[in-house]
Design a protein around this ligand. Sequence first.
Ligand code: HEM
Length: 364
Amino acid sequence: MKKNQTQTYYGSYLQLDKLLGAQSPKSLEIGNEAHEEMLFIIVHQAYELWFKQILHDLEFIKNIFTKNQILDEELSECTLKLERIHKIQGLLLAQIDVLETMTPMDFLEFRDLLIPASGFQSVQFREIEIGLGLNENQRPDLKQYNFMGRLNKEDQSNLKNLMEEKSLFSLIEKWLERTPFLKDQKFDFWSEYKAAVAKMLENDKAIIESNDTLEEEQKVSQLKNLEITEKTFEALLDESIHQQFVTDGKKKLSHTATQAALFILLYRHEPILSQPFRLLNGLMTLDSNFTTWRYRHAQLAKRMLGTKIGTGGSSGHKYLRATADRNKIFEDLNDLSTFLIPKSALPGLPQELKKKLNFYFSGN
Ligand code: HEM
């Protein structure tokens, strides 16, 4: 590390003059200060600072995943960054509690001064969504709520450029598609998995049919439910059905990447797969945490506004609830839980492959 030539001073290093001079309540500006507006500004600013850190860490992860080959230590660094983002998400959630110490009546004191500004215009929030891989046609009622129209030309153009770049989702998809081990001369994961699933479902059917404690009607109903499960598995096992789901926007992850993700989740106890598993798990947590925040934020809007519209002109709580339901990025990974089978039913791995999946001490 190079030596520092000037003496560092706390306030100037952190540029506190700028940071602490950046709170200008609108109510004060018009000569009728609303005490709570300071809290409103500071909480939003703190959010934007944390968004900046999240983007910084996501950039780090994306840079690594842009490479064609990713080393184990790099994977581990990415997982650490993801785990940090989870902690930040915890802070983002907790800040809503702080904001809720402001009552809805207090908020009304300055709310109208904010129109038409709104969280709709948080460019960094959009950068996170787009950078992670949220599809634009995934957003609720695009025509009515198109956020782009609420941004200035420069922000619009920056976000459009970002949409052209590879998202974390697509980079992870490519990485999964490159997963080795799934097929060699002695082992074909997909056909072994298919056979294991067929055996499991046959077994489930036999259990229902031979269960004397069930009335005939109950048996028929349970067998019907089992048929639905079979159809769900069919949609995963048959590549063309899966591909149709992707085309229809019901699924995002390619069939090859889905197979690899399932392999990693099922055989996560094999040493080499533990890092990839932690990474996938980290992505699922990241997505769930944002969904939790979206629900919590929708509740906050309801508490503050009731059924009033937002300052950005949306239906408020209703719109925000819809984003919580729809704006998910790694949902396909979470959905893979449907296809997990008990460890005892897992196809055994050939010795050679088991060896490859183990760690080796390569010293003398
Ligand atoms: C009194 C507190 C708050 C209320 C009543 C509120 C309400 C709303 C409403 C109604 C919307 C929908 C757009 C609109 O019509 O304006 C919205 C969007 C948004 N708000 Fe808040 N909000 C509050 C605090 C916050 C805070 C502290 C943040 C942190 C940055 C935030 C971030 C966002 C974001 C990112 C959106 C866009 C969501 C999306 O389109 O998916 N909000 N907010």
